[in-house]
Design a protein. Structure first.
Length: 65
């Protein structure tokens, strides 16, 4: 999340607001390691799990149910 706040600050966002947003995301988001996300998707019954996007701490997956 530090990279997210740093990116915001480098684009003109007030550092206090960037820090506030960073803390809000840490308080509300459950961030998992990529392998843990993949395991969770498999456990939920999804197959052919493929990572198609990764940016900062966010990832996008393509799966089939």
């Amino acid at each position: 999340m530090k990279r997210h706040a740093g990116f915001a600050i480098s684009n003109g966002v007030d550092p206090a607001h960037a820090e506030s947003g960073r803390q809000a995301m840490l308080d509300r988001l459950y961030l998992l390691a990529p392998k843990a996300e993949e395991a969770m998707l498999a456990e939920a019954g999804f197959t052919d799990i493929s990572l198609f996007f990764a940016g900062f701490d966010f990832r996008g997956w393509v799966t089939y149910a």
